[in-house]
Design a protein around this ligand. Structure first.
Ligand code: MIC
Ligand code: SF4
Length: 646
C-alpha cells in the first residue's frame, strides 16, 4: 500500500531525489487561481508570452473581490474573464462560489496534482489529490508547463480511530490537530490521514480538515480515495473520475499522530491565532455579538443542511447578528430547492453571497469591540475588517448555538442532533463556469485603469551597502500583518504602486514613509522572528515590499509559501545562525552585506552582516536550493523562467 502522498508525488516526479529535505520537481496536472491573486498571476503568465496553458485543467475563480463599490473589482473580473478565454482556462463567474468549494465539487480528482494561488488549495486533498497552495507566479509557471519545485516533505500519518460524537465535527478534528502541533507544527510536512476512523468522514468533512491543515504550515494534507470518495463523485455526476488510492498503514509514515475521534470535544480557536485552541467549555457564557457561517472551511452542503436543520423553528438572539455565505451556487441552489433555505431565512439570518465575503473582510465587518464567532479558518488580527474585534473560530454547530442563545453555549441545547445524509441526487448546473473557446488567438484582453504594469526586476547586486532596517517584528507575523486585505485594500491587488502604500499599515502606519525614504537611499531590510509570513499565499506580501525597495529579510524562520514568494521576487530570505542575534539589530540600524551575489553563486555560508550602527558582525545563513539562488541572482523567477518555457 504505502503513503498516498508519496505515491502521487513519485508518480509526478520529473526531477530530483525523493529524500526528506531534498528538492524535487513535479509535474502539475491542474491549477486554480482566485481573483485577488489571479490578476497578478495572469499578468505574469502574459509576460511569459505563451499562447495557451499547458495543463490538463486550469480554472480561474472570482470569489474574493466581489464587493463592487467602484470600477476596480468589476474591471478586474472582466480582465480575468478575457484572459481565461484567450489562454484556454475555465472561468468560474462571480457568484458561482468559493474557489475551493467549487473545485472540490466540480474538478478535484483523486491521484492528480494541483497548485493554486491560494493557501487553502489543500482543500482538494479531501478528494485524495496532492493540492498545494503557492504564489501566483508559481501557478503561472505551472500553467506554462513548468515543474513545481518543493523540498521532499516528511510524511506524517494522522491515524484516526473511533467516531465523532454528536455535535462534534470535522472542524474540531483540525482544531485538535492545531492544538497539538501549533501553527508551525506542519512546516516541511504533509499530513496524511489514515486509520479506521476515516471511513466515518464524508468528502466535505475531509476537505474541512485538509483545508485548515494550511494553518499548521504544512505543505498539504491528504485523505485516501475510497468508497466514500466514489459516492461523492457519483453524486457530482463524476463517478468515472474515481480511482481508488487506498490508505497507508503505520509503517508507511515518518511520524504518527493518533487521534481518537470519539474523545474529541467541541473546540474553539481564540483571538488572534487559529492555533490558540481551547475547549468550548472554557468559554461558556461569553456574550457573542456577531456570528458568520461560511468560508472554504465550512460551507458545504453538509454544513448548510446541518445549520438549516438546527435553525429550524428558532430565532437568533436580539443582540446577535448572523450572516451565512453558502460556499457555492450548487449548495445555495440545493438548499433553496429542498426548502432548507427557508429555515435559515426565517431564523433572521442574513444571507450573504456565495463568496469569501466576511472571511477576508469583504463586507460584514463587526461593530466596535465585538466578540465574533466564525466558522472560518483564520482569525488573524484585523482580518474581520475591524481591528477592535475579537474573532473566535468554531464549527457551524457551535456557531448556530452562539447565534441562537447570544453567547457561547453547549450546542446540545439546540436539541436532537440532525444527522446529515447526502440526498440521492443533487441539482448540477455548470452554466456559471465558462468554457474557453478552442482557439483564443482572436480574443482581446480587456484591461481597466486599475491594472498597473508589472515592475522591473533587477539582478541581485554584488554588495548591499548601508541598507536601513525599516521594520523589526516579533514571532508569527502573518501575511495579513504585512499586506492587509479587506474591502478597501483588496481592490488594489492589480495595482502595485497603490497597494504598496498599505504594507504593515495595521501595525505601523509610518512604515510606507520610512521604506520610501530608505528606497531613495540604499534600500531597506526587515528583521523578523519565528514563522514570519504565515498564512496566505498572497505574493503581494513579497512583491509590495520589493517595490518599496526591501532588499533582504533576516528572520529566525520563515513560513513556506512566503519564503518561496520572496525568492520569486528576488528578496533574499536570510536566517540568523544564532537566533539570539535577533536582539543585536534594532529598527533604524544600517546594515551592509558584502559579496552577497558571489556567496549565493558559490553557495557559501555563513554570510556576514555588518551592523554599521552598532559596529558588530552577525553571521546569517540561508536555506536555498541552487535553483532558488539562481532565481534570486536573476532578480526573480519571471526573468529566470521566461526563457526556459519557450
Ligand atoms: C486568505 O484566506 O488569506 C486568502 C485571501 O484566501 C489568501 C489569498 C489572498 O491573499 O488573496 C490565501 O489564503 O492564500
Ligand atoms: Fe476565501 Fe476565506 Fe477561504 Fe481565503 S480562507 S479562500 S478568503 S473563504
Amino acid at each position: 500500500m504505502g503513503s498516498i502522498a508519496k505515491k502521487i508525488l513519485q508518480d509526478h516526479m520529473v526531477e530530483g531525489t525523493f529524500e526528506i529535505g531534498k528538492e524535487i520537481g513535479i509535474k502539475i496536472d491542474q491549477t486554480l487561481t482566485q481573483d485577488a491573486t489571479g490578476t497578478m498571476a495572469y499578468l505574469q503568465f502574459e509576460a511569459m508570452k505563451l499562447d495557451r496553458v499547458k495543463t490538463e485543467l486550469s480554472v480561474s475563480f472570482v470569489d474574493h473581490n466581489t464587493l463592487q463599490t467602484d470600477f476596480k473589482n468589476p474591471d478586474d473580473h472582466r480582465y480575468l474573464q478575457s484572459v481565461a478565454a484567450k489562454f484556454g482556462i475555465k472561468f468560474s463567474r462571480p457568484g458561482n462560489g468559493i474557489c475551493h468549494q467549487v473545485f472540490l465539487e466540480r474538478f478535484a480528482r483523486p491521484g492528480k496534482t494541483l497548485v493554486g494561488s491560494d493557501s487553502h488549495t489543500p482543500t482538494a486533498g479531501g478528494m485524495g489529490q496532492i493540492a498545494i497552495g503557492v504564489g501566483g507566479l508559481d501557478v503561472a509557471v505551472a500553467m506554462g508547463g513548468g515543474l513545481f519545485y518543493l523540498k521532499t516533505p516528511k510524511i506524517v500519518g494522522i491515524k484516526l480511530t473511533g467516531q465523532l460524537q454528536e455535535y462534534v465535527t470535522a472542524k474540531d478534528v483540525i482544531l485538535e490537530v492545531l492544538r497539538r502541533i501549533s501553527v508551525k507544527g506542519g512546516v516541511g510536512k504533509i499530513l496524511e490521514y489514515f486509520g479506521p476512523g476515516i471511513k466515518t468522514l464524508s468528502v466535505p468533512e475531509r476537505a474541512t480538515i485538509t483545508n485548515m491543515g494550511a494553518e499548521t504550515g504544512a505543505t498539504t494534507s491528504i485523505f485516501p480515495s475510497d468508497e466514500v470518495t466514489r459516492q461523492f463523485l457519483k453524486l457530482e455526476g463524476r463517478e468515472d473520475q474515481w480511482v481508488e488510492i487506498p490508505a497507508g498503514s503505520d509503517e508507511d509514515y515518518d511520524e504518527i499522530i493518533e487521534i481518537d475521534l470519539s474523545a474529541i470535544e467541541p473546540l474553539v480557536a481564540k483571538p488572534h491565532s487559529p492555533g490558540n485552541v481551547v475547549p468550548l467549555s472554557e468559554l461558556i457564557g461569553m456574550k457573542v455579538d456577531q456570528v458568520a457561517i461560511g468560508s472554504c472551511t465550512n460551507s458545504s452542503l453538509k454544513d448548510l443542511e446541518t445549520v438549516a436543520a438546527l435553525l429550524k423553528g428558532k430565532k437568533i438572539a436580539p443582540h446577535t447578528v448572523l450572516g451565512i455565505a453558502p460556499g457555492s451556487r450548487q449548495v445555495l441552489e440545493q438548499i433553496a430547492r429542498d426548502g432548507a433555505l427557508a429555515n435559515i431565512v426565517s431564523s433572521g439570518a442574513r444571507i450573504l453571497e456565495s463568496a469569501c465575503g466576511p472571511c477576508i473582510g469583504m463586507g460584514f465587518a463587526p461593530k466596535t469591540n465585538a466578540t465574533v464567532v466564525r466558522t472560518f479558518n483564520r482569525n488573524f488580527f484585523g482580518r474581520t475588517g475591524n481591528k477592535t474585534a475579537n474573532a473566535y473560530l468554531t464549527s457551524p454547530e457551535v456557531a448556530v448555538a452562539a447565534a441562537v442563545f447570544g453567547e457561547f453555549t453547549d450546542p446540545k441545547k439546540l436539541g436532537t442532533y440532525p444527522t446529515f445524509t447526502f440526498p440521492d441526487e443533487i441539482h448540477i448546473d455548470d452554466s456559471m463556469i465558462l468554457e474557453p473557446p478552442t482557439d483564443g488567438s482572436e480574443i482581446e484582453i480587456i484591461r481597466g485603469p486599475n491594472i498597473a504594469p508589472l515592475p522591473e526586476f533587477e539582478p541581485l547586486p554584488e554588495n548591499f551597502e548601508e541598507v536601513e532596517v525599516v521594520m523589526k517584528v516579533e514571532d508569527n507575523i502573518t501575511t495579513d500583518h504585512i499586506m492587509p486585505a479587506g474591502a478597501k485594500i483588496l481592490p488594489l491587488r492589480s495595482n502595485l504602486p497603490e497597494i504598496s502604500k498599505h504594507v504593515f499599515e495595521q501595525i505601523d502606519p509610518d512604515f510606507y514613509g520610512r521604506a520610501m525614504k530608505a528606497k531613495e537611499n540604499k534600500g531597506g531590510a526587515i528583521i523578523a522572528a519565528e514563522n514570519y509570513g504565515q498564512g496566505s499565499s498572497r505574493e503581494h506580501a513579497a512583491l509590495a515590499p520589493m517595490y518599496l525597495g526591501i532588499k533582504f529579510k533576516i528572520a529566525k524562520s520563515f513560513a513556506r509559501i512566503h519564503r518561496d514568494n520572496l525568492v520569486n521576487f528576488g528578496i533574499v530570505p536570510l536566517t540568523f545562525e544564532n537566533p539570539d542575534d535577533y536582539d543585536k539589530i534594532n529598527q533604524g540600524d544600517k546594515l551592509a552585506i558584502l559579496s552577497i551575489a558571489t556567496a549565493l553563486k558559490e553557495g557559501s555560508k555563513p554570510i556576514i552582516v555588518k551592523n554599521l550602527t552598532q559596529n558588530i558582525e552577525i553571521p546569517v545563513t540561508y536555506d536555498l536550493s541552487e535553483r532558488d539562488r539562481e532565481i534570486i541572482l536573476a532578480g526573480g523567477k519571471l526573468t529566470y523562467v521566461s526563457s526556459k518555457l519557450k
